[in-house]
Design a protein around this ligand. Structure first.
Ligand code: F7E
Length: 321
């Protein structure tokens, strides 16, 4: 009999790729979407895929209890969050509630189902590490967590709740500590898609410059398609655990500008400006993840390289604009 997956936050970049992956594996896929005043925005990434959507919200426990009962899933993926780090400084309370207490609500809704075989995946984040780096310049599961944003603080709460529920109630609950992951479906207010879309617009004569924030931060960027494969592997590992998913390569925002503009035959220095409004009150300067454990034990490895990912995103915008 085919398995049933319930994806909380299904309408986002990762939700859409994860849906495709699970459908290709024969799952019945259900997803929770939040009401949006522009209904086309609600499901633009997942329309026509063949998944069943339900209106709900991770801060609305009655909706969770109702949907979880109706769907009776084998696997729950919590990808629901206020996912923008800089915006978390503007709406800290909402971010902490959604990304922290929201996880508690999901865990309680799962516990109420009373199914000992239910598997739960929590989207934890490299933002939890903040500016702590091990002596070898990597972050890993054992690296102390010192978050530098309301987003990161809330993610640490969610991470710890998952570990706590795993031990206290013997639940198959896992954390994937995912480093940045991008794709053409990434929101255009995240730096990769902002740079790539902006550079293509400049190439096509639609604008003259691109204003960014801190160009000196470093990120470990992978592709969302590779990372949703990791989510499925993590959930289906024999024992519930916490895993780091990363490429192990770190590049600066400046590098991202250089590679993108070069691909389009331009020099980023002619077009990129900086604007204080994109700076953060507290910056996370450097991310580079050690994912050797998931590679060795679960056989995960990324298929995309940094260059093939940027190339795919550039082609997407060249065709779309
Ligand atoms: O920023 C710098 C910015 O917003 C990356 C989320 O998926 O990954 C993501 O969080 C870097 C930062 O992603 C602009 O200061 C410069 O250093 O693309 P981002 P993020 O904050 O790393 C983690 C793992 C998550 O979990 C999050 O949910 O780029 N930067 N100029 C800029 N960033 C933005 N957004 N816009 C700029 O103009």
């Amino acid at each position: 009999m085919s398995k049933t997956a319930l994806i909380v936050g299904v309408a986002g970049q990762d939700g859409s790729y994860l849906s495709e992956l699970l459908l290709s594996k024969g799952y019945n896929v259900h997803g929770i979407v939040r009401r949006n005043s522009v209904s086309e925005n609600q499901d633009s990434r997942i329309r026509g895929m063949g998944i069943t959507t339900h209106y709900g919200d991770i801060l609305d426990t009655p909706s969770l209890i109702r949907i979880f009962r109706e769907v009776n899933p084998d696997e729950v993926y919590n990808l629901g969050a206020q996912s923008h780090v800089r915006i978390s400084f503007d709406i800290p309370e909402f971010t902490i509630k959604t990304n922290g207490l929201g996880v508690l609500n999901i865990l309680e809704a799962c516990r109420a189902l009373g199914n000992p075989n239910l598997k739960i995946y929590q989207a934890s984040s490299s933002e939890m590490f903040g500016n702590t780096v091990d002596d070898d310049n990597y972050q890993r599961k054992s690296t102390p967590m010192n978050p530098t944003s309301p987003y990161g603080c809330a993610k640490v709460l969610g991470y710890n709740l998952v570990r706590h529920y795993r031990t206290a109630y013997n639940m198959h609950a896992c954390n994937g500590i995912l480093f940045n992951h991008e794709s053409p479906r990434r929101g255009t207010n995240f730096v990769t898609n902002k740079i790539i879309k902006g550079a293509v617009e400049i190439k096509k004569g639609l604008r003259n410059e691109l204003a960014l924030g801190n160009l000196e931060a470093y990120r470990d960027w992978g592709h969302s398609k590779d990372y949703v494969r990791a989510m499925h592997l993590i959930l289906n590992a024999e024992k519930p655990d916490d895993w780091v998913v990363a490429t192990g390569q770190s590049r600066s925002i400046r590098d991202m500008c250089e590679v993108t503009f070069n691909l389009l035959g331009m020099d980023y220095k002619d077009y990129v400006t900086t604007d204080a409004k994109y700076m953060r009150p507290h910056e996370l300067n450097y991310l580079r993840g050690d994912s050797s454990e998931i590679r060795e034990k679960l056989g995960w490895k990324p298929e995309y390289t940094f260059e093939s990912m940027v190339g795919e995103m550039v082609n997407h915008w060249m065709e779309k604009l």
